[in-house]
Design a protein around this ligand. Structure first.
Ligand code: NAD
Length: 531
């Protein structure tokens, strides 16, 4: 409760995490975090200065590198002994089982503090409390999965590949790596970075400046869990900070989640500067409703998916393709959408909370205006919705456009708000062709009772995540979160086995221990063959 009071009684100053110290920035540029339901300023986030950033990188490198011992004189040797003791604590050499035990303690802290974290999320992101709890829980699941990294970090080996010759490969961490986060899942996506740590890397985290307090609280709990100082550092800011990260030669990999324009830039720049980069980006997710679908189940699923988190989920089903007779279900879809309650996230009755900022609200309203101008049929207009007591909130109510076609701007671009766009087609073929032409390919879903339609859809649709009668098929972390076409750049995916691949590099050792040490290598300049 004390922590809750601390977080909720004042404007939270978000600090940099350098080693195990939370440091106030000396920056003269700050971002305000506003409660999306009220516009009250609830937090401040500094634009980290270049000097502060350099200290953080040096610190992360130190934590990774301390295991190295220089060649020394006697005097230096004494220093090296002390240094080696220090190095013992350091991360790369911390045994994997010990790392896993810390992760287990971290899980205990996360579970014990879920409610507080959910409250922080609702306060700075705006989403309803139940949704915020889900945000924390899905992050906790990623940490739970890291407990299985003991097996996933194992290498490969084979003996006797030549005379007295064995080969084995280890997975080694990369060094200092960085995660750049979006605003829409303040806890879950911050915790997507945990595989970086458990695989032995040190991490520089850059939270979204819009929701940084959630990361601050999560990594306070992290430090309480026994992880050594310097394993995770936090820097704040906007593009300047991202550019420091991209250009720093000591940072070996960048994991980004956010919009397509920023993700494309980060992938290009990061690759140019020689880093491993993964970018999960924007989306336009299609749901196909077949005439044989269970009507109530399908309508409940798509309506929940379109309007959950006020449409601010990268897996929201924003395009609903109604096949054949299902077009007669439109009045029921409109009625269900209308029945949702718009309100502040801390009201347990709220279904649709505010958008995260005034700018996002204006952007969504602009898209609605464009949809009308371009001739789509506006069946439900969420503009101008009034929430008593929250007149300054960034609310847009459920909105539905019918008769949307592929040339409409509201079809082509990601709106990231509570706006459903309905496209009518006659066959599954048409639905697949249409969805596959869309440049995005994050998630999709089909609703049907036909195994053969479902199987065809799953094989032919070009999207990273496919749901069959499942509206938001975000995979559990024993699988990876993927993406296709314009929704993903890179080749190694987030969490699960993909993350172990992303955050480690192979080292392959070939050794010869002669059975008969009297045998010698032949003098030969020919390329060796394993005989
Ligand atoms: P965003 O791209 O605006 O911001 C993401 C991060 O990039 C933030 O940390 C921000 O500080 C930084 N940033 C912003 N502008 C920048 C610039 N010009 N140069 C460099 N860095 C910059 O994204 P957002 O608004 O926070 O998040 C919403 C977007 O994220 C949506 O497009 C959504 O689809 C996407 N998203 C995708 C996934 C996925 O897994 N595919 C998951 C969640 C969100």
């Amino acid at each position: 409760m004390a922590a809750l009071r601390r977080v909720f009684s004042s404007v939270v100053e978000n600090k940099l995490l350098i080693g195990d110290k939370w440091v106030s920035s000396s920056s003269n540029k700050w971002f305000d975090i506003k409660n999306p339901a009220t516009q009250e300023i609830v937090g401040r986030v500094p634009q980290v200065t270049k000097g502060e950033f350099d200290v953080v990188v040096a610190n992360s490198k130190e934590a990774y590198n301390v295991g190295r011992v220089p060649q020394v004189t006697k005097g230096e040797f004494d220093v090296v002994v002390a240094n080696s003791k220090e190095a013992f604590k350091m991360w790369r050499d911390v045994p994997v089982p010990s790392r896993l035990r810390m992760a287990r303690t971290f899980l205990d802290h996360l579970n014990a503090n879920t409610e507080e974290l959910a409250q922080i999320i609702t306060r700075e992101n705006g989403k309803p409390l139940g949704d915020s709890r889900g945000d924390v829980f899905r992050g906790i699941e990623v940490v739970e999965h890291t407990l299985s990294f003991g097996s996933l970090l194992m290498g490969e080996s084979m003996e006797n590949l030549g005379k007295d010759l064995d080969t084995y490969s280890y997975r080694h961490p990369l060094g200092v790596v960085s995660s750049i986060l979006p605003y829409n899942f303040p806890a879950m996506i911050a915790l997507w970075a945990m595989p970086a740590v458990i695989t032995g890397n040190t991490l520089i985290l850059k939270p979204s400046e819009k929701v940084a307090t959630t990361s601050q609280r999560i990594f306070e709990l992290f430090l309480k869990s026994g992880f050594p100082s310097g394993v995770v550092n936090i820097v704040h800011g906007g593009k300047d900070t991202v550019d420091y990260i991209l250009q720093d030669p000591d940072i070996k990999a960048v994991s980004f989640v956010g919009s397509s324009s920023v993700g494309t830039y980060i992938h290009q720049q990061g690759s140019y500067y020689g880093k491993r980069v993964q970018s999960n980006m924007g989306a336009k997710n299609h749901a196909v409703i077949m005439p044989d679908a269970d009507k109530e189940d399908a309508i409940n699923a798509v309506v929940s998916s379109v309007y959950g988190a006020a449409g601010q989920r990268c897996m929201a089903l924003s395009v609903i393709i109604l096949v054949g007779d299902t077009q007669s279900w439109i009045p029921d879809i409109v009625a269900k959408s209308k029945s949702l309650k718009v309100g502040p996230g801390n009201d347990p009755k709220t279904d649709v909370g505010p958008l995260n900022s005034v700018e996002l609200k204006q952007k969504v309203e602009k898209y609605i205006e464009i949809g009308v101008k371009e001739g789509a049929s506006l069946l439900l207009d969420g503009r101008g919705v009034k929430v008593p007591g929250y007149e300054n909130g960034n609310f847009v109510g459920p909105t539905i456009f019918d008769n949307v076609n592929v040339n409409h701007t509201i079809y082509k671009e990601e709106i990231f708000g509570p706006v459903m766009t309905i496209v009518r087609v006659n066959t599954l073929d048409e639905a697949i062709e249409l969805a596959n032409k869309n440049p995005y390919g994050n998630g999709t879903a089909i609703f049907t009772q036909s195994g053969s339609a479902a199987r065809r859809y799953q094989r032919e649709i070009e999207a990273g995540q496919v749901g069959i009668n499942v509206p938001i098929p975000v995979p559990l972390p024993m699988f990876s979160f993927t993406g296709s076409k314009g929704s993903f750049r890179g080749d190694l995916n987030f969490y699960g086995k993909g993350a172990v691949n992303f955050y480690t590099q192979w080292k392959t050792i070939t050794s010869r221990w002669r059975k008969d040490m009297a045998e010698k290598a032949q003098l030969s300049t020919s390329f060796p063959t394993m005989k």
